[in-house]
Design a protein around this ligand. Structure first.
Ligand SMILES: [Zn+2]
Length: 503
């Protein structure tokens, strides 16, 4: 990832108010601001970056701040080969995440996934990347607590494979998907991603870098406190403290893939500049620590803080009625009590509820949620024919029972729902199903005929358009973009929902 430019004009009024005391009363307790500090520990080319990782980890240990080091598989193996037991031991005092097997060696993740579908893409990611997880387990003695992609090499097919590797959280920054600059659930996994206004970073260079870094933090902090709390994401790379350019930029830019014997070392900063980077960083961390209500958290602490309550509760008929009424207006995520349900969550619940009603002529008293993926290919209309918009109860009921069975077999929403020889979109099916659920719960009766109602999934707006700019990582080949990856990303927007803080 490369950092974005800041709009300093917006920050100036805030600078004037920074460090003001904040008074809290018993009625108004301090809203928590969780700060997750993570390091993409990836440079396996420049040996001095091992020392940089050691030094930053030692500093944070001394300051009592626990960070998350997302280690590249090749970096872990390199530390082992160089005999850097000291670095491994110091990083282990913090938390270990995963940052791909070889990071920038070609082909990178989004390149090798660009033409794959869901299942083959996920299997390919697993095949190419699992070795790094195994090596981290062997070298660090832990399973990584999170994963984040190299550069802009994001793809949704990674999620099922990560779960298979035992990795429960996505921690990175990028533009492909996000929800209001705070943590969210996607593909059944907690994501801290596209945090934008709540990403804080102090750059190591430039006039007033520390003051600007503090101001950026303060702005995010004030905004989150006014909303009752939230999370700030801060990322670095240990090699950034010491180098003049990234280790991969000098070797793998624009699709280049030289053999190991021809790898070049990146340049290093002068000693005084390196010392300033470390000392500014210490001041920056101490500044953050001193803010009321701030708590540094690792990836695994975030998974606890943002546990998905929707999975823990059960759903009675009143709940099903509310969910059915809201989803008929808009196919999106919705709040229910202290939980948030994605469109996919509601799809699964209502299908299961009505399927049980069809079998027993009675709505279930209580249901649990099953976590589903979205469809894994786009809907293709039945060729040469427009599907009718009205069916017999018998025909639609059979489609509901069949969809419930599909869930149990595939753990996902089908791309199309067949009613005899006619197919309809999952959106139209869900809207129609919700209206049937409402009718059955309210009247206790089912209709003889079912009119198909139209629906549209609106959470697709949280997924970025496929553009060359979205994939603007210097390691990709010139002009690279990946429309199929983003199409799959939009299909998985069924699973998107905000993550709520457990207070
Ligand atoms: Zn990286």
């Amino acid at each position: 990832m490369k950092t974005r430019g800041l709009i300093f004009s917006l920050l100036i009024p805030l600078l004037l108010f920074s460090n003001r005391p904040i008074t809290m009363t018993a009625q108004n307790p301090t809203p928590p601001v969780y700060v997750t500090l993570w390091f993409d520990t990836e440079d396996y080319v420049l040996p001095q970056s091992d020392d940089a990782a050691l030094r930053v980890a030692e500093m944070l240990t001394r300051l009592g701040v626990k960070a998350t080091f997302k280690v590249v598989g090749e970096k872990a193996r390199t530390l082992e080969q160089r005999g850097r037991k000291d670095v491994i031991a110091e990083l282990k005092k913090h938390e270990i995440g995963y940052h791909s097997n070889t990071h920038s060696q070609q082909p990178t993740i989004a390149v090798y996934l660009q033409n794959t579908g869901w299942d083959d893409g996920s299997a390919e990611f697993y095949r190419r990347e699992v070795q790094g997880v195994k090596d981290i387990q062997r070298i660090f003695g832990v399973t990584p607590s999170c994963y984040g992609q190299p550069g802009a090499a994001w793809a949704p097919q990674t999620y099922p494979a990560l779960k298979q590797m035992g990795i429960p959280m996505y921690l990175d920054e990028g533009s492909h998907i996000g929800l209001d600059d705070q943590p969210f659930y996607y593909c059944g996994m907690l994501n801290v991603f596209r945090m934008q206004s709540t990403v804080a970073r102090m750059e190591f260079r430039g006039e007033g870098n520390l003051e600007q870094g503090k101001a950026k933090f303060q702005k995010a902090y004030d905004s989150l406190r006014s909303q009752g709390g939230g999370t700030i994401s801060i990322y670095y790379h240990p090699c950034e403290y010491i180098h003049t350019e990234f280790w991969d930029g000098v070797n793998f830019s624009r699709g280049k893939n030289p053999p190991r014997t021809e790898w070049k070392l990146p340049g290093m900063k002068p000693k005084a500049e390196i010392e300033k980077a470390f000392s500014d960083f210490e001041l920056y961390v101490n500044f953050i620590k001193s803010q009321p209500g701030v708590r540094f958290v690792t990836a695994s602490e975030l998974t606890e803080l943002y546990t998905d309550r929707a999975l823990r509760r059960s759903y009675n008929r009143d709940d099903l009625l509310k969910l059915a009424q809201v989803i008929q207006k808009e196919i999106s995520f919705q709040k229910l009590g202290g939980a948030v349900l994605s469109a996919a969550d509601v799809f699964g619940l209502l299908t299961e509820a009505m399927s049980q009603y069809i079998e027993r002529s009675e709505m279930p008293e209580s249901l649990k949620l099953i976590s589903l993926y979205g469809p894994t290919r786009p809907f293709t209309p039945h060729s040469g024919k427009t599907s009718p918009r009205e069916f017999s109860w018998h025909a639609f009921a059979e489609a509901i029972r069949n969809t419930a069975d599909y869930h149990r077999n595939h753990n996902r929403i089908p791309a199309e729902i067949w009613i005899g020889v006619d197919n309809i979109t999952p959106e139209d099916y869900l809207t129609t199903l919700a209206s049937l659920t409402e009718e059955v719960i309210k009247s206790g009766k089912r209709p003889d005929r079912v009119a198909v109602r139209s629906g549209k999934l609106t959470t697709e707006k949280y997924v970025a358009e496929d553009t060359v700019k979205l994939w603007g990582w210097v390691i990709f080949p010139e002009g690279f973009h990946a429309p199929k990856i983003m199409e799959l990303a939009r299909l998985q927007a069924w699973t998107l929902k905000p993550a709520l803080l457990q207070k």
